[in-house]
Design a protein around this ligand. Structure first.
Ligand code: B16
Ligand code: MG
Length: 211
C-alpha cells in the first residue's frame, strides 16, 4: 500500500519549468548557442551543471570550467529574477487540491527536487510549511537519475521506498524513482511519453485515484 507521496517540484507542483527554459534560452542566445523546447525536455530534473553540459553539446567551441561556472551562475541569476514574481497562482492545476486531500487522508507528503532554489520557490508559492519533509538540491551530491534525493525524502518521512509513490514530470526523475525501488507516476507532456513509469497521467490530481 502507498503510505507516502514524494512530489517533484518543477513541472509537477509549480510551472517553474518554463522559467528554467526562458533563463537557459536567454543565456544560450547571448552565447549564440541553439536551444529549443525539445532540448529543454532533456534538462527536466537534471542538475544545473549537467543541464549546461547538455546545452553546450551544440556550442561551437569548448568552454573552460571557469567559463561554465560563470554561465551556470548567469542562468541562475536570470532564473532567480523570474522567481521574484512567482505566486500561488503559478501552482499547476490540481496541485493544491491534491496536497489538501492527501493530508485529509493522512498520507505523508514530501518534496524531492534537484533544485537548489527549492526553499525560495516553496516560500513564494505559499507552501513553505505544507510538506512533512523536503529533500532538495542542497542536500544531495548525486542528482536524478540517481535515487539519492528520493531516498533521502523517504528516510526523512520514515517510510520504506516500496510504500512511496513518486510523482515526476521528467524521465531522469522516473529513472531515479525506479532505481530507489519506489512506485512512480509520470505527469504532463514529458510524463505521457515515459515508457518505464508505473502510471502515465495528464494531471497531478489523478494520483488520488491510485491511493
Ligand atoms: P536549480 P525538479 C530541477 O527541479 C529542474 O527540473 C531542472 O530543470 C533544474 O536544472 C534542476 O532542478 C536544478 O535547479 O538550478 O534551481 O538548482 O524538477 O527536480 O524539481
Ligand atoms: Mg521536474
Amino acid at each position: 500500500a502507498i503510505k507516502a507521496v514524494i512530489f517533484d517540484l518543477d513541472g509537477v507542483i509549480v510551472s517553474t519549468d518554463e522559467f528554467h527554459y526562458q533563463a537557459w534560452k536567454k543565456m544560450s542566445d547571448e552565447e549564440g548557442i541553439s536551444f529549443n523546447h525539445t532540448i529543454n525536455n532533456r534538462l527536466r530534473g537534471v542538475s544545473r551543471m549537467e543541464s549546461l553540459n547538455i546545452i553546450l553539446e551544440r556550442a561551437e567551441r569548448e568552454y573552460t570550467a571557469e567559463e561554465k561556472q560563470a554561465l551556470a551562475e548567469r542562468k541562475n541569476e536570470y532564473y532567480k529574477q523570474s522567481l521574484v514574481n512567482l505566486t500561488p497562482d503559478d501552482l499547476l492545476p490540481g496541485a493544491k487540491d491534491t496536497i489538501d486531500e492527501l493530508k485529509r487522508r493522512k498520507v505523508k507528503i514530501a518534496i524531492g527536487s534537484s533544485s537548489k532554489n527549492t526553499p525560495t520557490i516553496l516560500k513564494q508559492i505559499g507552501l513553505a510549511d505544507a510538506f512533512d519533509a523536503v529533500a532538495d538540491g542542497n542536500d544531495i551530491t548525486h542528482s536524478k537519475p540517481d535515487p539519492e534525493v528520493f531516498l533521502l525524502a523517504a528516510s526523512k518521512l520514515g517510510i520504506p521506498p516500496e510504500e512511496c509513490l513518486v510523482v515526476e514530470d521528467a524521465e531522469a526523475g522516473v529513472q531515479a524513482a525506479i532505481a530507489g525501488g519506489m512506485n512512480v507516476a509520470a505527469v504532463g507532456d514529458a510524463g505521457l511519453h515515459s515508457q518505464d513509469a508505473d502510471y502515465r497521467l495528464e494531471r497531478v490530481d489523478e494520483i488520488l485515484d491510485l491511493i
